[in-house]
Write a protein that binds this ligand. Structure first.
Ligand SMILES: Cc1cc2nc3c(=O)[nH]c(=O)nc-3n(C[C@H](O)[C@H](O)[C@H](O)COP(=O)(O)O)c2cc1C
Length: 598
């Protein structure tokens, strides 16, 4: 149904276009050029600005407790979270789900300027438009007094709306393949929210946001001692069925949600026990769901009607629907990963815990304080050691099996295909210029061949020997970085900025058009790691979705579609906008509680 399309541009409409060609066509058509931006309305239709809060009218809201930072469950230190030391494994309860959602998708603050107020969230979003919606599928879990079913997360209320009651029996059969007390986490996107402002390029931004949300969820899970892996062997019809996105009767007149992905999350200690039970024989976690059982599960009772987000849609961008349809995932290989990896990494962590210090800020503090910098001071430099630490954090250790990879890359069931083209402006001990981080050392020659042969590819003094980090060109790259980032000063006033350059056409042709959104998910996930790393290093970051595509490629001589830049980022010393007032995230709920008590 989604693999082939008739080319609307062909006379008679008879030539089918391959779905990979369709996503490539989308990509090429949505490039920004120096003399022409990707198509959008060209002005902001304020009267129809989409509501960034989806609600399902008629679905029961289960409020999650508003937890203070110093209340249980406490988060580990930021470094401990990565090293998996000092992270007690928490049971799944209303309190731990509250913490999970707080760190993954909740409001993190309100900002106020004059009469306008807008909310920020733990997950960043292009233009703060927040197309991403989050769901959990909960089976009957010991200690969690909730009916088995599908719950939609409502960030403004910090609550879970019960979208569906699922029968306990088929759901238990569905979840039996996973470790004890596992639950499913799902993400969907309302493309309209981004398309309203950004027009045709919005499909890219929605997918970046999915990647960021995969990152916030994986990191939130890690603070609770939980594991998470993306169930990317599930075909998209099955994701849609479980999350109810295809239920036209519930979206009557409301903007549809595009089903993006599902992940499974489980408290890691349960695995350890199971593995001991089976005397360390291989235990596998499937990365797919049994579609027949999902059908039985989804035959439960559904609740709620989706709210309409904009009064009117003055324009509709067909090319977004086309890209979404072409990249619809149909293949259903049935991959699985070995939990032995997790068991070994736990033992490694136990060994490491004897030597690791618990110093530094708590993970929760770093997550809560994350913000995008709106401008940088053009002065602050960072130490080379901090810079290399950030580079290490975005290395997935591709040579390891999935669960042995460092968090959050253990959630990502693919080898990395994104490499960094870095504009170094102010890193002490590093000459200003262009650098490249190849995130999979096996790919160095592929990346080199895609670029201008005259680049120098020199090893960098002081760089950790295991980091595939190379100098390409020396010189002041500040103006260039600003110019290619849609003239945004944030790309040059920072300590460094970078483009995320993806192995593009080859991977698409090899895997299929469904791979296209995953390029942006990987980039968003990487961006999320970088946002937190910047905070931990005492600086700040900002994602940059607006860049001139081909001018970036020209800098390093990329002449074809073998590699394409898909996302940019910048990190440096922020300048706060003193005119803005910052208010607590849930002051409105506390106020309402006070009101209802008086
Ligand atoms: C995919 C993506 C693209 C973004 N692109 C830009 C950009 O081009 N320029 C910019 O100033 N900020 C950009 N941002 C930052 C957002 O504006 C910011 O995340 C949003 O306003 C929410 O603020 P917060 O990150 O402080 O929560 C981008 C963020 C994301 C996630």
């Amino acid at each position: 149904m989604h693999a082939k399309n008739l080319n609307p541009n062909t006379a008679g409409g008879s030539t089918p276009i391959d779905s990979v060609d369709r996503v490539i066509q989308y990509h090429v058509q949505t490039k920004h050029h120096f003399n022409r931006y990707s198509r959008s309305l060209g002005y902001l239709d304020w009267a129809n600005q989409p509501d960034s809060f989806r609600r399902f009218d008629g679905a029961q809201l289960i409020p999650l407790p508003l937890l203070k930072p110093d209340e249980e469950p406490l988060s580990p230190t930021y470094n401990g979270m990565y090293e998996r030391t000092g992270v007690p494994c928490q049971p799944v309860s209303l309190k731990t789900l509250s913490r999970f959602f707080e760190f993954a998708l909740a409001l993190s603050a309100w900002k106020k300027a004059g009469e306008s107020e807008w909310a920020l969230r733990s997950n960043p979003s292009s233009g703060n438009l927040h197309p991403t919606e989050g769901y959990v599928v909960l089976s009957q879990i010991h200690g969690l007094d909730l009916a088995a079913g599908l719950y939609h997360y409502a960030p403004k209320e910090h609550g879970m709306e019960q979208r569906a009651d699922f029968q306990a029996d088929p759901l238990a059969r569905l979840m039996a393949a996973f470790p004890h007390n596992a639950f499913l986490f799902g993400l969907t996107s309302v493309h309209w929210r981004e398309a309203w402002k950004y027009g045709e390029r919005a499909f890219r931004y929605c997918n970046h946001d999915v990647g960021h949300a995969i990152g916030t969820a994986r990191i939130a899970a890690a603070t609770l001692g939980w594991n998470m892996v993306l169930l990317d062997g599930v075909d998209q019809d099955t994701v849609a069925m479980l999350l109810g996105t295809g239920r036209k009767e519930d979206f009557d007149g409301a903007e549809l949600e595009h089903p993006d992905c599902l992940a499974v999350i489980w408290p890691s200690q349960h695995v350890k026990r199971e593995m001991l039970d089976v005397k360390r024989q291989g235990v596998e976690v499937p990365l797919f769901l049994d579609a027949a059982i999902v059908k039985e599960v989804a035959a439960g009772t559904w609740h709620g009607k989706a709210n309409r987000l904009s009064q009117e849609h003055s324009v509709h961008w067909d090319i977004i629907d086309d890209a979404a349809e072409a990249s619809w995932k149909q293949q259903t290989p049935t991959p699985a990963i070995d939990l032995q990896g997790q068991f070994s990494s736990l033992s490694d962590a136990l060994r490491a815990s004897r030597t690791t210090s618990d110093a530094g800020p708590m993970a929760g503090q770093i997550i809560r304080q994350r913000r995008s910098a709106v401008s940088f001071d053009g002065k602050t430099s960072i130490a080379a050691s901090s810079f290399f630490q950030m580079m290490q954090r975005v290395m997935p250790l591709a040579e390891c099996s999935q669960l042995k990879r460092p968090m959050p890359w253990d959630a990502w069931p693919y080898d990395p295909v994104i490499h960094l083209l870095i504009f170094v402006h102010r890193v002490d001990g590093l000459t200003s210029g262009l650098y490249c981080l190849v995130r999979d050392s096996r790919k160095v020659s592929f990346v080199q061949q895609a670029m201008n042969p005259e680049l120098i590819w020199s090893r960098v003094p002081g760089c950790p020997t295991d980091l595939p980090f190379y100098g390409l060109l020396e010189g002041d790259a500040r103006k260039l970085a600003v110019q290619v980032s849609c003239h945004q000063d944030i790309a040059g006033d920072s300590a460094f900025s970078f483009g995320m350059v993806a192995e593009f056409e080859g991977t698409l042709r090899e895997r299929g058009a469904w791979w296209y959104p995953r390029l942006f998910w990987e980039a968003g996930l990487l961006g999320q790691v970088m946002y937190l790393e910047a905070e931990a290093a005492g600086v700040r970051a900002t994602g940059i979705g607006c860049f001139f595509d081909d001018p970036v490629h020209e800098i390093i001589g990329i002449q074809n579609l073998a590699m394409q830049s898909v996302y940019h980022f910048t990190v440096g010393g922020p300048v706060e906008d003193q005119r803005l007032q910052v208010l607590p995230p849930y002051g409105h709920l506390v106020r309402e509680e006070v009101k209802s008590e008086t």
